[in-house]
Design a binder for this molecule. Structure first.
Ligand SMILES: [Fe+2]
Length: 285
């Protein structure tokens, strides 16, 4: 390959630099820990929200935030990458008995394990390699949206959030940073919105804010470094297309690029050796 053949545009990123967390309330922190930490193998954040009212669970550079309240259901599914699917299957077998009576379930699909969390959330676990440059983490979330809304949603992310986005066959894909996507897929049935949220970090913080503020779409002025909006609108018509609370954070937010502790999920009492407890990506994926 000559230098002229490098695809320089493949390296471009848009205004949303990272999708950091999905916030889903859960009614029972013990059951949540059993699913997300013991089962999925992710790491409970040791520094913040480690009591019994809330729990942050780290997976690579992303997190689930799980405050205690009635369960929320993500409208769509959340994709995660785990280091080894065979190891994950063993851990899921291990938690099956104590999960009895909950909605927990899992099935093996062609290229992933389809999991249902104890309260019904759809989480899909992939091995490294399916998503580029993500050995552990949350490469995409897929939001189910009403029919005939995905084109307008694409315009919203292109024009308001200033992200590369594409639209085809009822699906909009929004590029997030260098290794994530926010996906909106039209579906037949969309349940009511229950207030779950996502958190994103943006380079241009004031541009989207001005646009949203002019239209009275800012739902919360949290502080200097964060605001929230809920409605995703067609910038052409102003029509509300769907709802998903976005916690929009600037790059000077205290949590931006915080190094997250990640353990090696394959380590347990029997496999432990000094030094193997920290997750280290084994290969470039
Ligand atoms: Fe949040």
């Amino acid at each position: 390959m000559s230098k002229a053949d490098f695809d320089r545009s493949a390296e471009d990123v848009g205004n949303i630099l990272q999708l950091e967390h999905v916030n889903l309330t859960v009614p029972d922190q013990g059951i949540a820990a059993l699913f997300y930490v013991t089962g999925l193998g992710f790491t409970r954040d040791p520094y913040i929200d480690f009591g019994t009212r809330n729990m942050w669970v780290n997976l690579g550079a992303q997190q689930f935030h799980l405050p205690k309240a009635d369960p929320q259901l993500f409208r769509g599914h959340i994709s995660v990458v785990v280091p080894d699917l065979d190891d994950l299957k063993k851990r899921l077998d291990f938690i099956t008995k104590p999960m009895a009576g909950s909605k927990f379930a899992w099935t093996e699909q062609a290229d992933h394990l389809a999991l249902r969390c104890p309260w019904g959330n759809d989480i899909r676990a992939y091995a490294p390699g399916r998503f580029s440059r993500m050995p552990l983490g949350m490469p995409e979330v897929t939001v189910t949206v009403p029919a005939a809304t995905s084109a307008g949603i694409c315009r919203f992310y292109q024009q308001v959030m200033r992200c590369p986005a594409s639209h085809s066959g009822g699906i909009t894909r929004v590029k997030v940073g260098y290794n994530q996507e926010l996906v909106f897929a039209e579906g037949d049935q969309v349940s009511g919105y229950d207030g779950h949220h996502i958190a994103v970090y943006v380079a241009d913080f004031s541009g989207p804010h001005s646009w949203l503020q002019e239209r009275q779409l800012i739902s919360e002025e949290s502080d200097q470094h964060q605001y929230r909006f809920v409605s995703i609108v067609d910038p052409d018509s102003g029509e509300v297309l769907t709802e998903l609370e976005h916690e929009v954070r600037s790059m000077s937010h205290a949590m931006a690029n915080r190094p997250l502790v990640n353990r090696n999920p394959a380590v347990n009492f029997f496999t432990y050796q000094k030094g193997n407890e920290i997750f280290t990506p084994g290969e470039r994926v």
